[in-house]
Design a protein around this ligand. Sequence first.
Ligand SMILES: N[C@@H](CCC(=O)N[C@@H](CS)C(=O)NCC(=O)O)C(=O)O
Length: 232
Amino acid sequence: MVLKLYYLEDGPPSLSCRQTLEALGVPFEIVNVSFYHGEHMTEEFAKKNPQKELPVLEDDGFFLSESVAMMQYICDKFKPNSPLYPTDSKARAIINHRLMFAMTTYYAELLNYFIMPVYFKYERTPEVLKRVHRALDLFETYLERENTSYAAANHLTIADFPLINATMAMEVTDFDFSKYKRITKWYNDFKKNQPKLWSITAEGMRLMRKCVENPPDLSHLNHPIHPARKAE
Ligand SMILES: N[C@@H](CCC(=O)N[C@@H](CS)C(=O)NCC(=O)O)C(=O)O
């Protein structure tokens, strides 16, 4: 049975998993799940992922969520010797570090400041912006210390995907991050050197930009956590 990727078209974690599958040339099928219609919030969807979040991978009856675990599983199962996720302990440790850094700090802070206010009634506060700058400073430091052309090595690895898809959130909201010279170079180099993989991010960005321009009213979802913005 072909792999299924339950997918949110403008969801950064979904984009990262798709990029992993594409980069490895693993055949898969996309199942678009509509956030707007709350398709991920049903009890039926909770059987696939009790967290009611996207993405989810289905591999012959095995369901896996959490994008980092998914990317690691895809590499380990389908292309165990790929440079995208090398088996050398130190190389892999650096990649795992960057993946965790992306989840707990970089994407987490950028998500709160740039993305969540696009979809829900959250404010962009100076306090959260401070945390964004800390995350950017840290990533800049890692790029500088390791002096690598990609996030975790001198070649593409799965660590690049969540960091690229988080950084995209700054571009989509026209936030100037050019003072972070290494991040800016790494981001622009990815676009230039990985055009096929970038096109996946670009498509997500195009859809997110529509929401930036026309913030959606998601009040019909009665979201259990996020405060809805109602249309005027
Ligand atoms: N840590 C998870 C995060 C997944 C996540 O939060 N996905 C968002 C879309 S980008 C979602 O499905 N949210 C559900 C909701 O807010 O109702 C991962 O990396 O896969």
